[in-house]
Structures are given as structure tokens and as C-alpha cells.
Design a protein around this ligand. Structure first.
Ligand code: EPU
Length: 430
């Protein structure tokens, strides 16, 4: 086990390179399995969710060859079935994409119910509804999901009851080879939805409308291998923007798609970020004191739920009272208690958080309650007086490539330290 030791007080300065999008990569990697030939993926982030997926692919019989730190050749031609009933499936959310992929490629799949960050209830009824509409049976038994297309999938008109990133992608994965036309309505529009559709189209799929509310798919008989460059991670970029504004530094965030960051940029400006945007980069600094604001999270293009913990660190130090209304997850604010340990005035009532800005945060021993909360703890530590210890580093590693190294290059005083397994409990008792 490791902890991060962060000493606050240094404004971040310099340039940070943003990596490939986690939530695109974790769908695109399983999608390679549908192809009849090898795929080359570029701009793949080096994060533990990707390593687990590559391990799952290799366990099933794929050949995964790293050409460089962020490029892989994946050849799935030797895989003959899609059964993932081991711990790896439970270690992450995206393992559920093997259900859609398995249906497309083999007409069936069995995958253990997925894990992922605890943000409240995370049902998969909309995924199963889509599979069933396409003609498959879907049964959950002993925590394993079994889907079976029987004599084949047929295109269908599916209206999602709720906007879901995972269900939209899984339905696209299942429908690419279904006979006839599929129409998906009330779909998610996140940049990673468009990226997955673009990748599938490069493989020969016929998907139109990704990025709008309606996606239309004409089934094709086969998909070929393709070479694809994954989009930059909007949430990693947003996290570094938040860290720059919070510490009052000046950072160039490079290798981004500014269009994907419009909502984040506008909210950061509102609380005190000064941001100039270029073609593939932006430069961010702090303009005066931080100001309070109210924000509600919504599916894209609304303010992303995955930026709430990082953004809320800014609000803990802002002048005035801010209210965050969480529109996606029932339990997004599990980290509130940790920020309170650092002096934040942060109260939670269900999906609504009220934050009264304080002059400064102070160091504490805190836990990353999930991936984005972990990043938020680090940002809080960078601003706090004294040395903060952040436990639960494995959460941060799931979605941030070399977070400590990138922050270190920007001048942060941060290091990883090995600790015994019970270290957090022991430190919390002191
Ligand atoms: N939902 C249902 N039924 C379903 C699916 C979803 O009720 O069948 C509900 C969820 O409970 C939630 C809402 O719909 O209230 C939206 O969930 P969605 O399916 O969009 O979330 P997800 O696909 O499980 C992805 C990201 C999350 C991100 C959400 C929302 C991946 C692997 N994960 O999750 O990312 O918070 O979309 O944007 O793509 C993260 O990266 O830190 C992270 C948690």
C-alpha cells in the first residue's frame, strides 16, 4: 500500500501534457475484440483500469503488444468466447462492455457484475434493456450477467429511460453487427461516446448521430482491424485546470480538445480562473480571489459529475456560499468528511452540498473515497498549510497517469511513500 505526502503552498507552474481519455479507452479496448483483424490503438493512457483490461484481453487469448508507452497492437483473432467470471471483471466498471462486445462477436457472453467507484447505486438495467430489445436474453445469476442472442441480433428502436454513458456504448457495441437498423434515443453525448463510434466506424461500422440525442446504426456483417488515436481526457485536463486555479499558479494544459472542455472552462472562469484557449492547449492562472458559485451536474454538455470533487476544493476556499447539486450519482459526496478534516465547511444533504468558503485549508490525513475524490484530496493538499497525507492511492492510479510525476514537474511538493496495509487506520486513530 502507498500514500501520497503533499506539502502545500507552492503555486503550480509550467506545462502538463494530457493523456488519452480513460472512459474512451476502457470501451475502445474491449471493442477491438469485434474486429476480424489486429487493431492499433494510440494515445492509450497508462492507468490501472487499462492494465486490468489488457490482462482480461490476454486471459481470453488476445495478443497484446505494446509498441511504445501509449501505443498497442491488439490481436483478438484467437479469442473464441467471452466469459469473464474472475476478480478482474469486478475490479472495474468497464468490464460490462464485454457483454455488448461478446454479443456482437460470438452471440453470447458471461461477465461478472462490474465493480468501479462507489458513487451510489449503479444498476445496469438500461444495458440489459437494450440487449433484450435487440433480441438477446439477459439473466443475472450468482452475480454473473449472461447474455445470449440465440439465433442472432436484430436491429431495434430503443428509447433509454435514463441518459447513460455505459448503456449507450454497450448498445452501440451490441448493435454494430445486428441485422438491419437500430435507433437509439435519449443517448449520452459525452466526447467518449463519439470517440467509440468513430473507432467502430473506422472498423467498418455504420453509426451516425453520435454526439446527438439519437444514434442510428445499420448493422454490417463484419468489422475489420483499424488504427485509432484516442481523444484527450477532458477530466484529467479539468483536474489540472482546477489544481492551477486552486494553487494560484500558471499552467499550460497541453494536448487537449478545447471543445470538450467548454463547460469546465466557463465554470472555472466564474470562480476566478483566467484562461486563454489555443488550438490544442490552454493556459490557466488565477484572477484575484476565488468566488463562490452554484453548480448542477448533468450529462454532457452539462457540468460533468466527474469534476465535482476537484471543483468543490476551489469552492471550499472561495468567498461566499456555494451549492452543488449532483444530478447523476446518489452518493457523490462521500469525500465531504475528508475535506472537513482539512478545515472545509462542507455539509451534505442527499444530492446537495453546501460549501461555505474558509480562508484556508490545513493539512490532515485523508482517504481517497473514489478516483475523482482522490484527485481532489491532492489538490486540497497542494493548497493546505502543512503536510497532508492522502491514502487510497490505488483509486487515483485507476484514472490518472503518473499524477505524482506530472504534479512534481509543475513544482508541487508531492511524493509516493510505501506504508503498511493498516497505516490509514493507525494514522486516523492518532
Ligand atoms: N443508470 C441506471 N441504469 C443503467 C445505467 C445507469 O439507472 O442501466 C443510472 C446510474 O445509476 C446513474 C446514471 O444512470 O445515476 C448515469 O450513469 P452512467 O451509466 O452514465 O454511468 P457509467 O456509464 O456507469 C460513466 C463513467 C463514470 C461517470 C459516468 C457519468 C465510465 C467507465 N464511467 O459511468 O466515470 O461518472 O459515466 O458521466 O465511463 C470516473 O471516470 O471517475 C467515473 C466514475
Amino acid at each position: 500500500m502507498e500514500k501520497l505526502v503533499v506539502t502545500g503552498g507552492r503555486p503550480l507552474q509550467g506545462t502538463v501534457e494530457i493523456g488519452g481519455a480513460k472512459n474512451a479507452a476502457v470501451a475502445i479496448i474491449p471493442a477491438t475484440l469485434i474486429a476480424d483483424g489486429p487493431c492499433v490503438l494510440e494515445n492509450v493512457p497508462t492507468i490501472s483500469d487499462v492494465s486490468v483490461l489488457m490482462e482480461i484481453m490476454e486471459d481470453m487469448g488476445a495478443e497484446v503488444h505494446a509498441m511504445s508507452a501509449h501505443s498497442y497492437v491488439i490481436d483478438s483473432r484467437d479469442i473464441s468466447s467471452c466469459e469473464i467470471i474472475n476478480e478482474n471483471a469486478r475490479r472495474m466498471r468497464a468490464s460490462y462492455y464485454f457483454l455488448g462486445v461478446g454479443l456482437s462477436k460470438f452471440g453470447k457472453a458471461s461477465v461478472a457484475l462490474p465493480g468501479g467507484c462507489d458513487l451510489g447505486e449503479r444498476p445496469i438495467d438500461q444495458h440489459l434493456k437494450a440487449f433484450e430489445a435487440l433480441g438477446a436474453t439477459a439473466v443475472v445469476k450468482d452475480d454473473v450477467v449472461h447474455v445470449d442472442a440465440g439465433s442472432g441480433l436484430k436491429g431495434a428502436h430503443i428509447f433509454f429511460d435514463i441518459v447513460s454513458v455505459g448503456a449507450t456504448i454497450n448498445a452501440m457495441l451490441a448493435a454494430v453487427k445486428a441485422e438491419g437498423r437500430t435507433i437509439l434515443e435519449n443517448v449520452a453525448k459525452e466526447p467518449h461516446i463519439v470517440d467509440v463510434a468513430n473507432f467502430l466506424n473506422m472498423m467498418g461500422a455504420d453509426i451516425r448521430g453520435a454526439g446527438t440525442d439519437v444514434i442510428k446504426i445499420r448493422g454490417v456483417s463484419r468489422l475489420r482491424g483499424a488504427q485509432y488515436f484516442i481523444i484527450p481526457d477532458q477530466i484529467e485536463a479539468g483536474t489540472f485546470i482546477a489544481a492551477a486555479v486552486a494553487t494560484g499558479g500558471k499552467v499550460t494544459v497541453d494536448n487537449i480538445t478545447p471543445k470538450h472542455l467548454e463547460t469546465i472552462i466557463s465554470r472555472m472562469r466564474e470562480v476566478g480562473g483566467e484562461i486563454s484557449v489555443d488550438e490544442e492547449s490552454l493556459t490557466v492562472s488565477r484572477n484575484g480571489v476565488l468566488c463562490a458559485t452554484n453548480v448542477r451536474t448533468m450529462p454532457h454538455p452539462g457540468f460533468p459529475t466527474d469534476m465535482v470533487p476537484q471543483f468543490s476544493v476551489l469552492l471550499t476556499m472561495a468567498e461566499g456560499t456555494s451549492v452543488i447539486t449532483e444530478g447523476i450519482w446518489s452518493n457523490r459526496f462521500r469525500y465531504a468528511e475528508e475535506l472537513r478534516k482539512m478545515g472545509a465547511s462542507f455539509s451534505v444533504d442527499g444530492k446537495i452540498a453546501t460549501i461555505n468558503g474558509v480562508d484556508k485549508l490545513h493539512a490532515a490525513t485523508v482517504m481517497s473515497t473514489d478516483l475523482r475524490a482522490g484527485a481532489a484530496m491532492v489538490i486540497a493538499g497542494l493548497c493546505a498549510e502543512g503536510t497532508t497525507e492522502v491514502y487510497g492511492v490505488e483509486y487515483i492510479d485507476r484514472g490518472y497517469e503518473d499524477f505524482v510525476g506530472k504534479l512534481g514537474k509543475l513544482g508541487a511538493d508531492i511524493k509516493r511513500v510505501e506504508v503498511p496495509d493498516n497505516a490509514f487506520a493507525a494514522a486516523s486513530e492518532v
